[in-house]
Design a protein around this ligand. Sequence first.
Ligand SMILES: [Zn+2]
Length: 463
Amino acid sequence: MSLRFYDTRHRAVRDFVPVIPGRASLYLCGATVQAPPHIGHIRSGINFDILRRWLSHRGYEVTFCRNVTDIDDKIINTAAAEGVPWWAVSERNQRAFTWAYDVLGCLPPTVEPRATGHVPEMIVLMRRLIESGHAYAAEGDVYFSVDSFPEYGELSNQRPEAMRASDDSSAPCKRDVRDFALWKGAKPGEPSWETPWGEGRPGWHLECSAMATKYLGAAFDIHGGGLDLVFPHHENELAQSRAAGDPFAQYWLHNGLLTVGGEKMSKSVGNSLLIPDLVRRVRPVELRYYLGQAHYRSTFDFSDEALAEAAAAYQRIEGFAARAVEIVGVQEPGEVPAEFAAALDDDLGVPAGLAVVHAAVRDGNSALAADDKDRAARHLAELRGMLGVLGVDPLAEPWAGSGDGSEAREVVDALVAVVLEQRQAARARKDYAAADAIRDQLASAGVLVEDTPHGPRWELKRG
Ligand SMILES: [Zn+2]
């Protein structure tokens, strides 16, 4: 079976046929940097990081463009309230997003363009639309004429006559309430850029069309984003680019939204679910495993219990990997099992893929118990292949050594080995009190010792 995705525009699962054979171009609507990221933003980042990794695994040369919207009403308002320039707010929050993506092991995008760096490209696109009769300038604003584009509504599956007015419907200079702003005329005291139609700042929709086509070309493969962006943002991107004559995205992929206790995430709840707080409660790799485990199109309901369960599930995977390495040595990531590949090919079926992961762990554990080293080694290699695609291979960067620094880990390993030798010596002379005292002292230092048929092994106490 071939790689295929559910395409929002066609409302169907379609085989993936790239614009350029062997390549895959992916545009993801990234952060509007008004505030630091919460888990909803990062879930989307992880979903599309897995997509990108799977496309690479399938042999495509991937170009991944994830934009930053660095100007909007809220950024301007926050800056005014704090008495700092708008760009200081954008910069600060962009750093918070980059940190969160990095700490959760999302690969950096090939390019991460910022909206305000692409005003010339936006001017060119507006000129093309005005000259072809799809846009008009009015009192310093520039609007897209919805009536001029009969396919408007195709992405969100709405009939134009049933559509609601756009957000800026109060603007008296608009010809139709559905028309949306490509460009907003400058208001006193607000940041602005010069255009042939006056000073102003970009509308959100225009930015993404300009940046996507600059980096990925007039026709590119996949446009991604959250389900809440389908209308109006993506509908408007599609309309303005296609009206200008660009084929634009061939596939539209949307991740489901994140709820908390079954409710849409409110600001008060969202504020308690910021990434720096969450990665103090569980390790970053466990949080990534949790947020990445559901199907990208499903609604994700966050709960502390489910987070704890996911962390425990990941520790079982990691536990097998650690024990297997001790017995059979580190194995390089191998071919992924066919069932795993079939699951990921089928619209990125991560839950079905994880079932294959857990089966490999179970069978790997029984191979270790039976001292079947070949079978254990095979499972470890397969497991690493699968976990690499999901971005949670405990033996690969950035997780290897799991946050305690692999150099420090080596030193601790050597020191613990010295102490364990003394404990073995105490046991050999049947001085069990001394042996237990050594074990207890290690435990109080955070080192847990477990006796196994292959000798003692140790791990750091968590939490
Ligand atoms: Zn966008």
